[in-house]
Design a protein around this ligand. Sequence first.
Ligand SMILES: C[S@@+](CC[C@H](N)C(=O)[O-])C[C@H]1O[C@@H](n2cnc3c(N)ncnc32)[C@H](O)[C@@H]1O
Length: 377
Amino acid sequence: MSANFFRSVKRKIVRGIFQSDRFKRYLETSFFGQYFVRRQAVKSFDLMAGFVYSQILLCCVKLNIFNFLKDGPKDIGRMSDFLNLDKAKFDCLFMGASAIGLIEKDEDDVIDLTVQGHIFANDKGLLALILHHEMFYRDLMEPVAFLKEKDMETSLNKYWGYVEQRGVPSDAESEQKTENAKRYSELMAISQPLVTDQLFSAYDFTRHTSVLDVGGGKASFSIRLAKFIPGINVANLDLPEVCEEAKKNVKQAGLVDAIKIIPSNFFEDEIPSGYDLVTLIRVLYDHSEESVIKLLQLIRKSLSSNGKLLIAEPMANNIFPGISCDAYFWFYLTVMGKGRPRSSKELIALLRDSGFSKARCLKTTLPIQTGVVLAEA
Ligand SMILES: C[S@@+](CC[C@H](N)C(=O)[O-])C[C@H]1O[C@@H](n2cnc3c(N)ncnc32)[C@H](O)[C@@H]1O
């Protein structure tokens, strides 16, 4: 019997339960039923309160609480002096951050980070991402209007200057192109280890002699690769305004001779050939189906018959179907432009349609952050 059959039976049973007061009462009072009801109630509450949780997290980052507690616990008086809030507001933030598991207080009124708190405190990339979410939250102030209005202008769309822009850019916005590229490239560079740590443990780069990172931003990945495999021939391709930042970064790392910087628009120019591996890190999910196929075809054309392409980005359904982080990426990428999260299965189909002979998914240790797909020309 098919999965659909079982799904439809399950749906019928669930609907029956929710339409029967008697059965609902039974669930609420029976031993196993109570466990189920409590779990569902917590889940419903979390869904309803999620916005408040994100605002508390944002406050902790903006008020520097993670840094303040990073090196050791502090007593409550010191914490109160540090935050300089009136008592009611201090209690509100303190109790809120404790309730969502970021900080904890012991009997001696000493406050420290929890495990979750340490995760945030020690990850600059995550902290930078949380800060830039202020824009995203503003864009979702009127979520229904966003869904209904065609091509609504959003702050995220303006922030990511390389995605198709909505509305007519003002003169000031056009002049700020370089400044804008600098800002988003900085955010990408600081958050890149979230993805590249996973990539390095999933794939053995030592089998390659030349690697082209397409949409490589400030060349963080190229720098890491050149340091990891001395003598490897690495190139970083990105838009001219981003390449200015990449050049500075490469110079600072003392790798000018090892890394070639290629200013180029990958939709308009040819992808340079002669590399046995091309990488696309957090690039495809920013773009529509049509653009992704175009880029994949251009990359396929640039590769020799034994060339390979490695795609690394957060992928949909990456742990199991319907996981809640998919909701984040669907909304983020739609608010930003025309991109969307794709499952490894969808990417593999697009790779085949673009002329790649084989493609498969590689295992990563934190699939919630990064999925990896390897394709052969
Ligand atoms: C989300 S960022 C990822 C950067 C980097 N790979 C990382 O993971 O940190 C996408 C990158 O693609 C670049 N990009 C977007 N459209 C491009 C185009 N048409 N030509 C070249 N680069 C482009 C952007 O400038 C940006 O650096």
